[in-house]
Design a protein around this ligand. Structure first.
Ligand code: NAP
Length: 344
C-alpha cells in the first residue's frame, strides 16, 4: 500500500509517499481501507518533534479517517466487507483496557499517528470495538473532518465544561478545526457562543459555524468585549484552544465560579497568569484531552439530525501531505484539510 512516511523529524518536506506492506488484520481487528484522512494541528507538532522526540521512526501520522471495511480478523463479526466505517481516534492497545473510561486514562491508550501508526495511508488495522459505523450519509472527505474535532468537542463542552442551555460560552480561535466544531456543539447544547478571530478574513467562517458574537482580538480588547457581551459577569464557560499568553485572558473572561477548559496550545505550551484571577473569584481551570467512542457517537447523531455539519476547507492527494501540514502550521486553514490516499 501507499503511505505517507516520516523518516525524520522536521517540517516542509515531511512526510513522503512510500510503498509498504499492507497490514493483515490480526485476531479481533478490522482492516480498514482509508478513503480519506483528516489533518490535525497535532500531526504538525508530531512531525516537527515537539510532542515527543522518542517516537520510533519510520512513523505514519494521522488520527482522523473515514473508510470502508476491507477484511476482518478472526473472531470479528457484525461488519460487512465494503461497509463504511470510522476508526475511533484513540484506543487502548491492550484488550483488558478496552472498557476503561475516559478511554484516554487507559495506561495503554494510544492515538493513531502518535502512539501507533496512523491514518495517512491506504489501509489501517483497528480493534473491532473501536470501529464505528458511518451512517452519516456524508462523503468520506466530509466524514474525515469529524472524529477528532467532534468527539473532543463533545467531551470538552458537554462533560468537562458542563455547558447547559442558556450558558454564555467563549470559544477561542473560532476558525480553527477544533474551535469551529466546538461552536457547533455548544449551539446544540443550547448555549450562546462568542468566539475569537485575529483577522477579518475569518469572520464570515466563524459566523457560518454558528457563533453569535465574533471578537477580533487584534481590534478589540477580549476581556472587555466578553464582559460587554455577557452584560458584566463574564462567560459561564471558556474553551481555550490557545494556551500561551492567551490563557490568562481566558481566565479573566470567565465569570466568578466559571469554568475554563484548557484544550490546546496553538499560542504556545507555556502559560503565565496571576493566580489571584483564578481563586479570588473561585473559577475552575480544567483540562480536556481526547474523547471516548460514546462522545463521537453522540456527535454523529447530531450530524445525522442535521444539527452539526463538517467544515471541510479542501482536499489534497496523500502525496501532498507535507504541504497540507504546512497550510495548518501557517494558519491558512478554516475548518479541516483532508488527504485522499487513492488520488494521484
Ligand atoms: N484537547 C484535545 O483533545 C485536543 C484535540 C484537538 C486539538 N487540540 C489542540 O487544540 C489546538 C487547536 O487545534 P486545531 O487542530 O483546531 O488547530 P488549527 O485548525 O490549526 O487552528 C489553530 C488556530 O489557532 C490560531 N492561533 C495560532 N496561533 C495563535 C496565537 N498566537 N494567538 C491566537 N490565535 C492563534 C489560528 O487562528 P487565526 O490565525 O485565525 O487567528 C489558527 O487558526 C491545538 O493546540 C491542538 O493540539 C486538542
Amino acid at each position: 500500500m501507499k503511505a505517507a512516511i516520516m523518516r525524520a523529524f522536521g517540517d516542509t518536506d515531511i512526510p513522503q509517499i512510500e510503498e509498504i506492506a499492507t497490514p493483515k488484520p490480526g485476531a479481533g481487528n478490522v482492516l480498514i481501507k482509508i478513503l480519506a484522512a483528516g489533518v490535525n494541528r497535532l500531526d504538525h507538532y508530531i512531525r516537527e518533534g515537539s510532542i515527543s522526540p522518542d517516537i520510533p521512526l519510520p512513523h505514519i501520522l494521522g488520527a482522523d479517517a473515514a473508510g470502508a471495511v476491507a477484511a476482518l480478523g478472526s473472531g470479528v463479526t457484525g461488519f460487512e466487507i465494503g461497509e463504511r466505517v470510522i476508526p475511533a481516534p484513540g484506543f487502548p492497545q491492550k484488550e483488558s483496557e478496552f472498557d476503561v473510561r475516559p478511554v484516554v486514562t487507559a495506561p495503554s491508550f494510544a492515538l493513531p499517528g502518535l502512539g501507533r501508526w496512523g491514518t495517512y495511508a491506504q489501509y489501517m488495522e483497528v480493534p473491532a470495538p473501536f470501529v464505528m459505523k458511518d451512517d452519516t450519509g456524508l462523503s468520506p472527505e466530509e466524514t474525515a473532518t469529524l472524529p477528532v474535532a467532534l468527539g473532543t468537542a463533545v467531551r470538552a463542552l458537554r462533560d468537562v465544561g458542563e455547558v447547559k442551555a442558556g450558558d454564555k460560552v467563549l470559544i477561542q480561535a473560532g476558525a480553527s478545526g477544533s474551535g469551529s466544531m466546538q461552536i457547533q456543539v455548544a449551539k446544540v447544547l443550547g448555549a450562546e457562543v462568542a468566539t475569537t478571530i485575529r483577522s477579518e478574513e475569518k469572520r464570515a467562517f466563524a459566523e457560518s459555524a454558528g457563533a453569535d458574537q465574533v471578537i477580533n482580538t487584534r481590534e478589540q480588547d477580549l476581556v472587555a468585549a466578553v464582559h460587554d457581551w455577557t452584560g458584566g459577569p463574564g462567560a459561564d464557560v471558556v474553551i481555550d484552544n490557545l494556551g500561551g499568553d492567551v490563557l490568562a485572558q481566558s481566565i479573566e473572561a470567565a465569570k466568578p465560579l466559571g469554568v475554563i477548559v484548557a484544550f490546546g496550545f496553538a499560542a504556545g505550551p507555556q502559560v503565565s497568569f496571576d493566580v489571584r484571577t483564578l481563586f479570588f473569584s473561585q473559577k475552575q481551570l480544567r483540562g480536556s484531552m481526547a474523547s471516548d467512542p460514546e462522545h463521537l457517537a453522540w456527535g454523529l447523531e447530531q450530524v445525522r439530525a442535521g444539527r452539526i455539519r463538517p467544515l471541510l476547507d479542501r482536499t489534497l492527494p496523500l502525496s501532498r501531505a507535507a504541504e497540507a501540514l504546512q497550510l495548518v502550521a501557517t494558519n491558512q486553514v478554516k475548518g479541516n484539510v483532508v488527504l485522499l490516499p487513492w488520488q494521484d
